[in-house]
Each structure stands twice: as C-alpha cells, then as structure tokens.
Write a protein that binds this ligand. Structure first.
Ligand SMILES: Cc1cc2nc3c(=O)[nH]c(=O)nc-3n(C[C@H](O)[C@H](O)[C@H](O)COP(=O)(O)OP(=O)(O)OC[C@H]3O[C@@H](n4cnc5c(N)ncnc54)[C@H](O)[C@@H]3O)c2cc1C
Length: 397
C-alpha cells in the first residue's frame, strides 16, 4: 500500500482543518455567487497562506514540488467542503508547468501573483459556442474547433473572437487562450496558445453564467476585439497549441477526479451518519437490508475511486509508462461514482434529501456538474476504447 509522506499527511490535515473552519461555514455564500464583484477572495486567503496555490511549483519559486498524489488528495479535501474551492486552487496547479515558458514580464506576474496577490487568477480559454467537443475529440477540419483568430502584425499577434463558459471568466487576470493561427488547417495543427493579461485593451467579459451546481466557481464568456499581444506571449510554437492544451488536460483530469472523490466521500459520510440516527420501522434505518445495501455500494464506490485515483496519480508523477488514457478512465469513473453516491444519499435522506436546509441536494447538483470537465464523459470513454483498439492492433495491448 502507498504510504504517504509526513509532509503529505500534514498538508492534507491542514487543508481539512482549513475547510472545516473556513469553508464549511461559508458554503451557502459560495452556493449563491451571482456577480463577479461578489467573488469571495477572503475565503481563499487562509488556503493561499497554507501554500495551496503554489504547491506544485518548484521550491525556488515558492512551492513544494507537490506530486500528483498530493494534488489529488488535497483537492479531494477541498471539494469535500465545497467543490468550487477545489476548482479555485486547482486552477493554479494547471499552469505550474507553463511557468518556465512564460515571457519574463508575465512569468514575474504569475510567480509574484501566486505568492503575494490574492487577486491574481489564471484561466484557460479553449471552448467557443460553436467549438466544444471538437476541441477535445477533434473533428480535424478547417472551420471546426477553436476559431478565435490570431493574425500576425509585425512583432505582435492580433486576436479576434470569443470564448465560451470559461472558468474564472471575469475574475481572471491572465487567460491562456487557444487561437487559430492557420485557418487552412484543422484544430490539431492550426492553433497556437497565447498568454493574454485580462487588462489588455479589447478583452471584455460577459456576466457570470447562472448554473446548477459548483456555483462558487464562476464561468463567463470572453470577447476579444483587436486584442494585441507581443509574439513572446505565444506559449507554444505556432501550430502546437492543441497538443499543449491536451497535455494540460491530463493533470486536470486527475484533479477533477479528486474533486469527484471529495463530493462522493462527503455524501457517503453524511448518509452513513444519518442512517445510524434516523429511526423508522422501529430501528435505525441502516439496519434495513435495502439501506445497508445502498451504504455498502456507496462505501465500495468511494474506496475503489480513492484507490484507483491514487494509483493513477502516482503513475502520472512517477511512471514513464503512464498513458493519458488512464487520466480519462479515472475522470469518467470518479464522476460516475460521485453521481451514484450523491443520488443514493439523496434517497437515504428521504424528503429531507431535496431540502436546502440539508446538505445533500447541493452535493447532488455539484456531482452533476462533473461530467463535462475537460471534455464530456461520453467522449472520454470513447477515446479509451479507441486507444485500447489501436494498442491491440499495434501489438502492445
Ligand atoms: C462549469 C463549466 C466550466 C467550464 N470551464 C471551461 C474552461 O475553463 N475553459 C474552457 O475552454 N471550457 C470550459 N468549459 C467548456 C467545456 O469544456 C465544454 O462544455 C465541453 O468541452 C463540452 O462541450 P459542449 O458543452 O459544447 O458540448 P458539445 O460538444 O456540444 O456536446 C454535446 C453532446 O454531444 C456529444 N458529442 C459531441 N461531439 C461528439 C462526437 N464527435 N461524437 C459523439 N458524441 C459527440 C457530447 O458527448 C455531448 O453529449 C466549461 C464548461 C462548464 C459547463
């Protein structure tokens, strides 16, 4: 069995303590976020001081070089309190690996922002209203996938177009944008990724999207009108933006799975406690065979998700044989587990399950938001099957 280090155990303990004292009492505030100016930076302050933003960075940049196991287990603790807080901190981790490639001025803004500026927030912007799944299972034809255009003008690039449902849209100070630099090619070879500070003239954002769950994590659409960025802001070689974006999603799939685990575990813990306290039919309901069966199923899903997650996370950080398909598997499996476990918890709470005075309905809503992150579960599952088929045909299956 994997033995966590003393540092990992301490970080997880401190995160849980922060969640219990600061996040849990503020859950209804997070769940009612409606406007950009309401974003609760104050709730994130203690987590930032704990080092939760910087933890995957190398020590010389103020981090602790946290591996993927640490990231997955820490984000599970955050999501057990509120999945939006998990998303908030996880977004910093997504960009850690890009830092060495940033132009000097932006790198200083990122490193300094992570350590000292609570209003420094990054966002990743690929989706457009006509380009959703086409960015993750590319329908690789000119005219499909991300079409926000970037056109060279002297030493600069000029960006025009829109991005859709972008997490941290509105509060972000730096966007990583997938832009079409060659419209004659498909998304795979025709895109480049740019770092664009939110303060760049011509960049504006729409209002927050109201949504089912995960409500403390804002999404907005972003419009680019003649947004000029220097050539140094290209994060990839021209035409290599899609590959970079896909690489970034591997780690994000694993931390998304961590958030699903946190939601599922919280629902299970609440349902188990409730089932030992609620008496009907002359006994605590957990003694009824149907309830015990549901609890057994929930416990099995939570524990197997955790084991599989730790295995995949460890392999991501430490095993050169790791394949991105494993990140799709755990992301899909964990989202399914979160949905099934929260739904069973809802039923075990009886009528109280759907009442806002009880915690379960929010967990059900949060779980339902986890099926499209980084691409839909359906398409990820299809990609796993395709990968397995290709592996067998190549003779390494
Ligand atoms: C809360 C939230 C946060 C988000 N944050 C971000 C963000 O930070 N950055 C960002 O860039 N995007 C973000 N997105 C967008 C997200 O990545 C997309 O929602 C996702 O990629 C799916 O695209 P879509 O919604 O356009 O669905 P569509 O692509 O329109 O899919 C609709 C349905 O069709 C199916 N489908 C589509 N294509 C195929 C196919 N080729 N074969 C079979 N079935 C297919 C899908 O599985 C799905 O069931 C966010 C979305 C949400 C809801």
């Amino acid at each position: 069995m994997l033995d966590l280090t003393a540092q990992q155990k301490e970080l997880i303990r401190a995160t849980k303590d922060y969640v219990d004292r600061v996040i849990r009492p503020a859950v209804s505030r997070l769940d009612s976020l409606q406007e950009i100016y309401e974003f609760p930076y104050d709730l994130m302050r203690e987590g930032s001081a704990l080092g939760l933003k910087s933890m995957p960075l190398p020590t010389e940049l103020g981090g602790i070089d946290a591996d993927m196991v640490t990231q997955a287990l820490v984000v599970a603790e955050l999501a057990a309190g509120d999945v939006s807080v998990g998303y908030f901190f996880r977004h910093y981790w997504r960009f850690a690996r890009l830092i060495p490639r940033l132009p000097d001025e932006i790198r200083a803004m990122v490193v300094d922002g992570i350590s000292h500026d609570e209003k420094f927030v990054p966002a990743s912007a690929s989706t457009e209203s006509a380009a959703g799944s086409d960015n993750s299972v590319p329908y690789d034809a000119p005219g499909a996938g991300a079409m926000l255009s970037a056109v060279k003008d002297g030493d600069d690039w000029i960006l025009n177009g829109e991005k859709f449902m972008i997490t941290n849209g509105g509060i972000a100070t730096l966007y990583f944008v997938l832009a079409r630099t060659d419209p004659s090619k498909g998304v795979v070879d025709g895109c480049t990724m740019f770092a664009v500070p939110a303060s760049t003239p011509g960049l504006t954002c729409g209002p927050l999207w109201p949504k089912l769950g995960q409500r403390g994590s804002p999404q907005a659409d972003i419009t680019f009108k003649n947004v000029r960025v220097p050539a140094a802001n290209a994060m990839t070689k021209v035409g290599e933006g899609y590959a970079a974006s896909e690489r970034g999603l591997i780690a994000a799939n694993i931390t998304n799975a961590g958030m699903c685990l946190g939601i599922a575990r919280e629902a299970y813990d609440l349902a188990l406690k409730w089932s030992t306290e609620r008496v009907q039919g002359g006994q605590a309901i957990y003694k009824h065979q149907l309830v015990a069966h549901d609890l057994g199923r929930m416990k099995t899903l939570v524990d197997s998700t955790r084991s599989h997650l730790i295995n995949v996370a460890w392999r991501y950080s430490h095993d050169r044989e790791f394949h991105e398909s494993e990140s799709w598997q755990i992301r899909v499996m964990a989202a399914d587990a979160a949905i099934e476990v929260t739904q069973k918890a809802l039923f075990l709470f009886g009528g109280r399950g759907i009442m806002k005075n009880y915690p379960i309905e929010k967990l059900v809503r949060d779980a339902l938001t986890m099926t499209h992150g980084n691409g839909t579960s359906e398409l990820m599952t299809m990609k796993i099957g395709l990968h397995e088929g290709e592996k067998l045909i190549k003779g390494d299956g």
